[in-house]
Ligand binder design. Structure first.
Ligand code: ASP
Length: 364
């Protein structure tokens, strides 16, 4: 049995197979309309969502399965203080697979280790959002014919936007990818993403504050929303929120076959007039997301049927136990009952990173 917490839990070969399966599903929906008959997907959404939750729901319904769950932490026993581990153990009694979204970074990993059914991370704080990346990858695959030799511009909130971090991790495995990181200085890509993803994979990247200057070189422009809910200081959000607005005029400098992506929701970053441009792909991404989620549910349920024993994803990794708590206050380990701090070594100088959130370090 397997779960998908991070996009790199799926191999490059599996991504390719999932893209092909998603395309087959979109072309032959009737072939799959009873594929999950009798199966149940639990959607555990502690944070707001439109596309992810509804596309998971639609995906399971179109596979002939059923869906149960909750939207909003206040509608679950989380409001009474229940841990993610206990929730996962409970939901394992009622469903066959879980899709979960949380504010706490690393919560889906904790749930996948505690429960007895596969868990799909539907977004954990500013950490990861693998199924959005699957939607993004299918869009690139269909529109650009593959993933090699692309110059990809990421624009907006590169610090707090989890979709950026996950798509960078996915792209780091392809050939000759150039990355242009376009953001205000305050919202630059965090060092831990550079150190863990860009640098070890020798990805070529440049940082700039100018969308206009970057535009002519791009094959893909990935716009993002400034993540209001993750700001500690709302005055800073107000100052930064309208820094980048993609307009029809700005697009004049772009390649004729550049594609415009956005994980949505859009909050002013793309003029509505751009929607009519044939290069605008953001609503195609929504549809692609549903087909990729269908393909993923099929894959994980099939693996669970063939081998119901859970893979121990920590086995053989040499993780280090410590009594020092992770210093990231949004890490799942900050609130989860009796979760022992666990770290991985990131260099030879003794620096360590939390295994759950990939962000924090042991507090001194
Ligand atoms: N819907 C995406 C996410 O959940 C992007 C966003 O919210 O800005 O991360």
């Amino acid at each position: 049995m397997r779960s998908v917490i991070d996009i790199v839990d799926l191999s490059v070969e599996e991504i390719e197979a999932l893209c092909k399966k998603a395309i087959d599903i979109s072309e032959n929906p009737e072939k799959y309309s009873e594929a999950c008959k009798g199966k149940k997907l639990a959607t555990l959404f502690y944070e707001p969502s439109t596309r992810t939750r509804l596309s998971f729901t639609a995906a399971m319904m179109e596979l002939g399965g059923n869906v149960l769950g909750f939207a909003g932490a206040s509608n679950s026993s989380a409001a009474k203080g229940e841990s993610f581990a206990d929730t996962a153990k409970t939901v394992s009694c009622y469903a066959d697979i879980i899709a979960m979204r949380t504010t706490q970074e690393g919560a889906a990993l904790v749930a996948s280790r505690a429960g007895a059914i596969p868990v799909i991370n539907a977004g954990d704080g500013r950490h990861c959002h693998p199924t959005q990346t699957m939607a993004d990858l299918l869009t690139i695959y269909k529109e650009k014919g593959g993933f090699d030799n692309l110059t990809v511009g990421f624009c907006g909130d590169l610090k707090l936007g989890r979709t950026v971090h996950s798509l960078l991790a996915a792209l780091s495995r392809y050939k000759n990818i150039k990355v242009v990181l376009i953001s205000p200085k305050e919202l630059k890509l965090p060092d831990y993403v550079k150190e863990d993803i860009l640098e070890p994979n020798h990805m070529e990247y440049v940082e700039t504050t100018s969308l206009e200057e970057a535009m002519p070189s791009l094959d893909v422009l990935y716009m993002t929303r400034i993540q209001r809910e993750r700001f500690d200081d709302l005055a800073e959000y107000e100052r930064l929120k309208d820094n980048y607005i993609l307009t029809v005029d700005k697009l004049a400098a772009a390649k004729k076959d550049m594609i415009i992506m956005h994980p949505l929701p859009r909050v002013n970053e793309i003029s509505v007039k751009v929607d009519d441009d044939p290069r605008a792909c953001y609503f195609k991404q929504c549809l692609n997301g549903k087909y990729m989620r269908m393909a993923l549910i099929l894959m994980l349920l099939d693996i669970a049927k063939k081998n119901p024993v859970k893979e121990d994803v920590f086995a053989g990794k040499g993780y280090i136990h410590s009594e020092h708590k992770c210093n990231n206050p949004k890490c799942v380990s900050a609130g989860e009952q009796e979760l022992e701090p666990l770290y991985k070594k990131i260099d030879d100088e003794g620096h360590m990173r939390c295994v759950y959130c990939d962000i924090g370090e042991p507090s001194k």
